[in-house]
Ligand binder design. Structure first.
Ligand code: NI
Length: 181
């Protein structure tokens, strides 16, 4: 396993539509998942997408099964590997909530997302995943899957008066060790 540098906003590799995975349960795919997992854990990330480490594949990780120290007031999300995902909103309700991104370090903004979604895809063994999610779980899934279509959360912001630096908005969070988001 290896912790990789995380690409930052401005890198054109964050703005492309990622290629689908066509072969499951391969050494290469397991290595990619291991590298993403280590990189995400090392950065206290709520999620990470393959394009963020420069890999042009439709692979995202999110959740850890525990409270994330960067989002201490949010619900626990199960540790999830999601490949070739499809997100479908359930209903039309939106919810606004704070988001950060390891590719946009030091900043956060209020971003509108679908409140309730269904997401489908595959795990690294090619097993089908189909889940419904709401609230923070749904938000994180939408944020990560956006990385696979070249969208970073600032592109979703509608109210730029709620966009700022973590150290100013949430001084208690900016003290987290090793955390640049
Ligand atoms: Ni992100």
């Amino acid at each position: 396993m290896a912790r990789h540098p995380i690409l930052k906003m401005g890198d054109p590799r964050l703005l492309t539509v990622a290629k689908p995975v066509t072969a499951f349960d391969t050494p290469e795919l397991h290595q990619l998942i291991a590298d993403l997992r280590e990189t995400m854990a090392g950065a206290n990330g709520a999620g990470l997408a393959a394009p963020q480490i420069g890999v042009d594949r439709q692979v995202v990780l999110f959740g850890s099964g525990a409270v994330n120290p960067r989002y201490p007031n949010e619900a626990i999300i199960p540790a999830t590997v999601l490949i070739n995902p499809v997100i479908t909103p359930i209903g039309e309700e939106e919810q606004s909530g704070w988001e950060g991104c390891l590719s946009v370090p030091g900043l956060r903004a209020v971003v509108p997302r679908w409140m309730h979604i269904r997401y489908t895809g595959f795990d690294e063994f090619g097993r089908t995943i189909e889940r419904t999610a709401s609230g923070f779980h749904a938000r994180v899934a939408q944020h990560e899957c956006d990385h696979l279509i070249g969208k970073l959360y600032p592109m979703r912001v509608r109210d730029f008066s709620q966009f700022g630096y973590v150290e100013t908005l949430f001084p208690e969070l900016s003290a987290l060790e090793g955390d640049d988001d």
